[in-house]
Design a binder for this molecule. Structure first.
Ligand code: ATP
Ligand code: MG
Length: 624
């Protein structure tokens, strides 16, 4: 957030601009060269106009005639200057545009790249709306002053040149210049200082408005079903009103200062005419010189505004930059190692050893909570291990640790005996695949959702994965098969269909360890068991494809596992086969029985898509 005094803001704003120049020095040089050319020609044009008036117009008025040669020369001079000015403007505009949009693109890329590198814990702390505005309007805001910057730099050079040429012409007129130009500059500085807090506030409100909008669209289902439309609209309207008021405050300030900035140079022209007439009488200057200087003040008025534009945008730029650099400088990414596992080595062995884990508190001063303690178990190569436990026991957390979405606070997670922290990102991704509790589907075709453009996955592989996920039937029945677009977040699919697509996506990468976090909860129980059975016993003649760690509830599914780990409050309470646990662990029996009852009620209410397909778009998701 923009903090400190407004002087601080200007200093920091100039620092941000310096950074931009360092990143795009050559384009900046082109733009400034164009701008300086323009500025020089503005001064030159003032003197040419003065000369034309003094040597062409005045003699014409006084004597009634001028040589055609002189007129032609004047015409050529004026035309030549105009052409060169066009070249200068072209160079400046083109350079400034290139610089601004290149920087925007580069920083958008950096910010979104950073989002992907930052750990889940960071994403939990940051709202999606904020991330969107960081990558979009904050990046834009940071580089807004780039557009007028070359113009402003050229103008500064021009002002120095103008004062110099004034001194060469006449010291009295130069003094007028020395009074007016710094006053213009000072007015611009005051303007931008007043603007600073207003711009920063507007920028913050922009992010908040987009955050609220994003949340209510994202949660449209909840908003509608809970009848919260009015409240959501009011919440949005309140913040939108604040943004409106803050933008009006910006406009009001502009309304006061813009005319002042416009008037000052005109007053300067007036002063020049007054002082100039006296000097002309004294014979200190000629008509040519007086006209030149008066004209100079008139044509300078506009370029001087460019300095004001830059200064006025600085606060917004600093506010945007602060928000962007908060992302770029965020720490806590998980560095990957150098070890690569053999992808062809058959099913992998997953082992947890003395793992402790706690989520970071939402705010730094709050205490963190311990979620897992001393968790140790192994999924031997080619085996299936079920993870069973009451809600909140830490099953999803274990799943995240297994594929290294998070790292343990203590203890180790190993794949084939190698600490997952020592693996490369690519090796980790090709070895272990997680099918998450909440399925995520991209707004793309079925094919793209499954292959994710990973190399070496052709349509045949996609169909094979769909078959394993028991999803080939419904995909084949879709109007365009693999080419069917599934809508944003898969809205055109049922919950169970979405789950099976994400399962097929994991399978298509042929992982050696499959982590299923309640990944088939919305699928008919019989189909769920069929999927797991299919995963455990691959096609005849093929070796077992993957080791499986499955978070499951249903008796039929759990019974397929070679071993069951029973978890309560982040501790492994018991392990053994399903039958053993049923015989020895009372909590386990209660849990499995309770699930079974709930399962029966659910089946009677026909909420599985397989049992009772609901009309597309109307289905209510049970598991979100
Ligand atoms: N991002 C998070 N930040 C803070 N605490 C979290 C976070 N995610 C989970 N927790 C907490 O960690 C504990 C374990 O959560 P976890 O999601 O692993 O449970 P689970 O066994 O998967 O539950 P369920 O069966 O409901 O899916 C819970 O107490 C939960 O509140
Ligand atoms: Mg969970």
């Amino acid at each position: 957030m923009a903090s400190g005094t407004s002087r601080d803001v200007i200093r920091r704003g100039l620092w941000v601009l310096g950074r931009a120049i360092r990143e795009q020095p050559r384009i900046f040089a082109v733009a400034v060269a164009g701008s300086v050319l323009f500025g020089g020609l503005v001064i030159a044009s003032a003197y040419v106009v003065g000369a034309v008036v003094g040597d062409v117009v005045v003699p014409a008025v006084e004597a009634g005639e001028v040589g055609t040669g002189t007129v032609a020369l004047a015409a050529v001079a004026l035309f030549g200057i105009s052409v060169l000015r066009v070249v200068g403007i072209f160079g400046r505009r083109l350079g400034a545009g290139y610089m601004q949009f290149r920087l925007q693109a580069a920083y958008r890329r950096r910010v979104t790249r950073r989002y992907l590198d930052l750990p889940l814990a960071w994403h939990h702390r940051n709202a999606t709306g904020t991330l969107l505005s960081n990558a979009n309007s904050d990046v834009e805001a940071a580089w807004y002053p780039i557009a007028p910057l070359p113009f402003a730099v050229g103008t500064l050079v021009m002002l120095v040149g103008a004062v110099g040429s004034l001194f060469v012409t006449d010291w009295a007129l130069a003094l007028v210049g020395l009074a007016v130009f710094p006053a213009l500059f000072a007015l611009n500085v005051v303007y931008s200082r007043r603007m600073a807090p207003r711009q920063a506030r507007a920028q913050r409100l922009r992010a908040e408005v987009s955050g609220i909008a994003h949340e209510s669209f994202d949660g449209a289902l909840v908003v509608k079903t809970m009848g919260r439309e009015a409240q959501e609209t009011a919440r949005f309207a309140g913040r939108a009103r604040e943004l409106r008021d803050s933008l009006i405050a910006v406009g009001r300030l502009r309304g006061v200062f813009d005319p002042l900035l416009e008037t000052l140079p005109s007053l300067g022209t007036l002063a020049v005419l007054v002082v100039g007439t006296v000097r002309l009488r004294q014979g200190a200057i000629t008509v040519t010189e007086l006209v030149s200087v008066a004209f100079l003040f008139t044509v300078l008025a506009f370029p001087v505004r460019a300095i004001g534009w830059v200064l006025a945008e600085l606060p917004r730029s600093v506010a945007g930059w602060d928000r962007v650099s908060r992302v770029l400088d965020a720490t806590g990414e998980m560095p990957y190692g150098e070890v690569t596992l053999d992808d062809a080595a058959g099913p992998a062995t997953l082992a947890f050893d003395g793992v402790h884990f706690g989520y970071e508190p939402a705010e730094a001063h709050l205490p963190g909570t311990s979620v897992l303690g001393e968790v140790a178990f192994t999924v031997p190569a080619g085996r299936t291990v079920a993870l069973v436990g009451p809600t909140g026991a830490g099953k999803s957390t274990i799943a995240s640790l297994a594929v290294r979405l998070v790292d343990p606070d203590d203890g180790t997670v190993t794949l084939d005996g190698v600490d997952v922290r020592r693996l490369t990102a690519a090796s980790l991704a090709s070895t272990a695949a997680l099918v998450a509790q909440v399925p995520f589907v991209f707004d793309d075709t079925v094919r793209a959702n499954i292959s994710l453009d990973r190399p070496g996955i052709d349509d045949e592989d996609v169909w094979a994965a769909l078959r394993l996920a028991e999803a080939d039937g419904f995909v084949a029945a879709l109007p365009d098969g693999l080419d069917t677009m599934v809508g944003e977040r898969g809205t055109s699919l049922s919950g169970g269909q979405r789950q099976r697509l994400t399962l097929a996506r994991a399978l298509a990468g042929r992982p050696r360890l499959l982590v299923l976090d309640d990944a088939t909860s919305a699928v008919d129980p019989r189909v769920e068991a069929a999927i797991l059975a299919g995963l455990r016993a691959p096609a005849p003649g093929q070796p077992a494809a993957a080791s499986i760690l499955v978070v499951a509830y249903r008796r039929a599914t759990i019974a397929l596992a070679d071993e069951v780990i029973y978890l309560e409050q982040g501790r492994v309470l018991a392990r053994g086969t399903h039958a053993e646990l049923l015989a020895t662990v009372p909590g386990y029996v209660d849990l499995v029985t309770a699930y079974e009852q709930a399962e029966q009620e659910r089946a009677e209410n026909r909420t599985y898509d397989e049992v009772a397909p609901l009309p597309t778009g109307l289905e209510i998701e049970v598991d979100r």
